[in-house]
Design a protein around this ligand. Structure first.
Ligand SMILES: NC(=O)c1ccc[n+]([C@@H]2O[C@H](COP(=O)([O-])OP(=O)(O)OC[C@H]3O[C@@H](n4cnc5c(N)ncnc54)[C@H](O)[C@@H]3O)[C@@H](O)[C@H]2O)c1
Length: 315
């Protein structure tokens, strides 16, 4: 981790996020922690949000957010902790207020907080569905909603911002993942939310993009132990969460001007633009099909179409 630039005698900070204020949700651990440190290393002042829950969302603790704030400060950066729940209106509103009260502005929101409750669909309890949809999908919507209201007010007051939002989807949301029906639905929903918000908020100076990361965190280190394993000494640690953060920092900076409504996979040394749904083979009868005709047409079109990408974990 490069050192965080200290303030120059004029108070200016160095880096592509110098002078900017960023909020990162779920920044007490894993990917969010790496993003917060990387944003601070590029000169941003950071609000480190984390509710400090267990891997399944239970409990809460102020420890993880406070620890990352101390790390950033120890490296010469500026950060404050916010330990509220981003799935509540109070938590989301106070998160935006923390940026404005502590640093006087808000430039970037990185929505990242979340947890898993994996089950095959036939065993998936309603509570596990609700909890996972809530933390990921509502947990993206509410901070976005409150940040967007602030940015719209700024734009209407003649101070159009160069605001950025980075949302966190997943390969599970893009392709589906066996045993993760709740998580896949939430992460696919985040893509829909990102597309709509990019279309609605561009006029207020707000750009939104989504990432589908992969990294070694408590969320993955057991389930995908082989893929996520740390390397031998001196080798590139491909699955370190810090490898995802440079793209997040760039997307959070003013330098990403013009990039909005896009989805990137980011892991190890690789960045991939994900190309989404678009019309494939099509047929138009110009009148209503019979079911048998519709079936024949569907089979003909499917034969001409690209095969779908496999669902993760499907046999
Ligand atoms: N690790 C991967 O390979 C991977 C892959 C795809 C997507 N993701 C996504 O990346 C994001 C970060 O995951 P991670 O792997 O770093 O997991 P992690 O468990 O290490 O970190 C998630 C953090 O979110 C916090 N959190 C949970 N609920 C919260 C709430 N309501 N309010 C505030 N904070 C809350 C937790 O306390 C935790 O510190 C998640 O959205 C995850 O779905 C991760």
């Amino acid at each position: 981790m490069p050192g965080i630039p200290t303030e120059s005698p004029t108070g200016d900070r160095k880096g592509i996020c110098a002078g900017r204020v960023a909020v990162v949700t779920g920044a007490g651990r894993g990917l969010g922690r790496a993003h917060a440190l990387a944003l601070a290393a590029e000169g941003a002042d950071v609000v480190v949000n984390d509710l400090g829950v267990a891997a399944d969302g239970a409990g809460s603790s102020a420890g993880p957010a406070q620890q990352v704030v101390e790390e950033i400060r120890g490296l010469g950066g500026r950060a404050v902790a916010h330990t509220g729940d981003i799935t509540t209106t109070d938590g989301a509103a106070s998160l935006v207020a923390a940026a404005l009260d502590s640093f006087g502005r808000l430039d970037a929101l990185v929505n990242n907080a979340g947890f898993l409750r994996d089950r095959m669909l036939v065993n998936l309890d309603e509570d596990d569905w609700d909890a996972v949809l809530r933390v990921h999908l509502k947990g993206h919507f509410l901070p976005l909603r409150h940040a967007a209201a602030h940015w719209r007010a700024e734009a209407k007051a003649g101070r159009t911002p160069q605001a950025r939002v980075v949302n966190t989807s997943s390969g599970a949301g893009l392709l589906g993942s066996v045993g993760q029906g709740n998580y896949s639905a939430a992460k696919a929903g985040i893509i829909g939310l990102t597309l709509v918000a990019a279309a609605e908020l561009g006029r207020y100076g707000v750009q939104l993009n989504a990432i589908a990361p992969a990294a070694r965190t408590r969320m993955t280190e057991q389930t995908f132990a082989a893929t996520m394993a740390a390397p031998g000494a001196g080798e590139f640690d491909a699955m370190a969460p810090e490898n995802v953060s440079p793209l997040v920092v760039w997307l959070s900076s003013a330098a990403s001007d013009g990039v909005t409504g896009r989805v990137f996979e980011a892991e190890a040394g690789r960045i991939t633009v994900m190309e989404g749904w678009r019309p494939g083979p099509t047929a138009d009868k110009g009148a209503r099909w019979t079911p048998a005709e519709a079936g024949e047409a569907a089979r003909r079109l499917l034969a001409a179409a690209e095969p779908p990408q496999p669902v993760y974990g499907a046999r």
